[in-house]
Design a protein around this ligand. Structure first.
Ligand code: AMP
Ligand code: ZN
Length: 473
């Protein structure tokens, strides 16, 4: 069974075939958070979607390399640093830590690579240099460097690959220095922004003078540096299609680092927005919830994850408190069944139910059709409950049902907590032992790092008078 996904580049459903000639490895890049404030759960809808894609690829047997950048220098951050009077690193570091805590609470698997824009300035400068050499970037009188859409198009390249653009509206020579602009105002965009008095200490040297990178070039430079000039998958929320992703294509393909016949990115996937009363959840509209808000009101990251995973990624989804309550009830039904199955199975182990897994795979293969997948899962839950009630659920069948749930849950990662005593993976036990050793040596920094690592892997350490205890988050 092959996976089919909607590729924004072709505006159609395509079979997913990785660039790797052996068909095993997949390189994916997801535009990460701009760490200028707490992320809201709209942002997290996008990150949970990318986590789902990664986990489903792993379920299908691909070896995934997942990169997600941290945007730690950009217009909004500079503005926040200026108004708070703080230094860039301490400011962004605080929101990055908060972001990662929330990311872990939502049971998202940490990306293998988490590059920071400020650690990649030399790569960014190099890429801008290449665009200058190619004649498709130019320095403006104030020392900023812009991407020339006209020169790029004159070279035979297409600007407007992810969406159709109307160039009639564009006035020659027009430039935008801000990172965000609408498609009605297509214009040359900034690659390097000359240092301005309001930038404070946030600037780096470059061949064009002191300044800082534009947002779009950060992602082009980091993704190509880490994953190569051509990679399989690029993901983000739908608002990033234009200008961010269009500009990423222009910069990355404009630099011409790809081998002949290869694109910068083979598949582009975009998640629809999370809405509140029909409007995009956004800080600028003031209609947002952070994960912290919801957790402080009694919800868990797991329930919110489930809610976010209940809708197809390309459908806009209305966030409501009733929806969240519904998620709690639905999860409780699964937990209850898993608990009963655990009691019946006892120590018995079993193989997965092939038919159930095939049905699940068939649904998910259709562009991650979670609605069909959940429909199948809840039908399965009803059937197992009927069997339990009728007394026909034998230990062998229960063990097999548990193995089946575990396999499907490797994609959703909701890890039922109230089920049978969960097996603790060897890697987790080893980490716990390493933490105990570090504590014994009074290396509390290391012990805390291991605790954070365990948390990132979905395990909470509780220190009790009888020693540490591990709990699934
Ligand atoms: P930012 O931190 O603003 O760069 O956004 C991080 C991610 O969240 C991007 O991929 C955005 O497309 C995405 N995003 C922003 N608002 C929403 C929303 N209401 N629903 C879903 N995704 C969103
Ligand atoms: Zn990006």
């Amino acid at each position: 069974m092959s996976l089919k996904i909607f590729n924004t580049l072709s505006r159609s459903i395509e079979e997913f075939i990785p660039l790797d000639p052996t068909g095993r490895s997949v390189r994916m890049y997801c535009c990460g958070p701009t760490v200028h404030n707490f992320a809201h759960i709209g942002n997290f809808r996008t990150f949970v979607f990318t986590d789902l894609m990664r986990r489903y690829l792993e379920f299908k047997g691909f070896e995934v390399i997942h990169a997600m950048n941290i945007t730690d220098v950009e217009d909004k951050i500079i503005a926040a640093v200026r108004t708070t009077g703080r230094d860039l690193k301490s400011y962004t570091g605080e929101y990055e830590a908060a972001f990662l805590t929330d990311f872990d609470s939502l049971l998202c698997a940490r990306p293998h690579l988490l590059p920071h824009a400020t650690d990649h300035i030399s790569g960014i400068v190099k890429l801008i240099g290449t665009l200058m050499e190619k004649g498709i970037a130019y320095r403006s009188p104030d020392g900023s460097v812009y991407f020339s859409i006209e020169k790029y198009r004159a070279s035979g390249a297409k600007y407007g690959q992810l969406l159709n653009l109307n160039f009639e509206e564009m006035r020659a020579g027009e430039r935008v220095s801000t990172d965000e602009y609408a498609k009605e105002s297509i214009a040359d965009f900034a690659l390097w922004k000359a240092r301005m008095p309001g930038d404070g200490a946030v600037f780096w040297p470059s061949p064009w003078g002191e300044g800082r990178p534009g947002w779009h070039i950060e992602c082009s430079a980091m993704s190509m540096e880490l994953l190569g000039p051509s990679f399989d998958l690029h993901l983000g929320g739908e608002d990033l299609v234009f200008p961010h992703h269009e500009d990423e294509i222009a910069q990355s393909e404009g630099a011409g680092l790809q081998t002949h016949g290869h694109r910068f990115v083979k598949y582009w996937m975009h998640g629809a927005h999370l809405l509140v009363e029909g409007k995009k959840m956004a800080k600028s509209l003031g209609n947002f919830f952070t994960l912290r808000d919801l957790i402080s009101k009694g919800s868990s990251g797991r329930e919110i994850r489930f809610l976010l995973l209940s809708a197809h990624y390309r459908e806009s989804f209305n966030f409501t408190i009733e929806g969240l309550n519904g998620a709690r009830t639905a999860l409780a039904r699964i937990d209850e069944l898993i608990g009963k199955l655990g009691e019946i199975a006892g120590p018995q182990t079993g193989a997965v139910e092939t038919e159930t897994i095939d049905r699940f795979t068939h649904s998910m293969d259709q562009d991650l059709n979670v609605s069909a997948a959940w429909g199948g899962i809840f039908e399965w839950v009803r059937e197992k409950n009927r069997m339990v009630a009728a007394g026909t659920m034998t230990p062998a069948l229960a063990a097999s049902a548990l193995a089946t749930w575990k396999r499907m849950d490797s994609v959703f990662a909701l890890a039922s907590v109230s089920g049978a005593a969960e097996e603790i993976p060897a890697e987790i036990t080893a980490l716990l032992e390493a933490r105990q050793a570090a504590k014994k040596e009074k290396n509390f920094k290391r012990a805390d790092e291991i605790r954070a690592d365990l948390k990132a892997k979905g395990w909470l350490v509780e220190d009790t008078p009888n020693g540490p205890r591990l709990k699934r988050i």
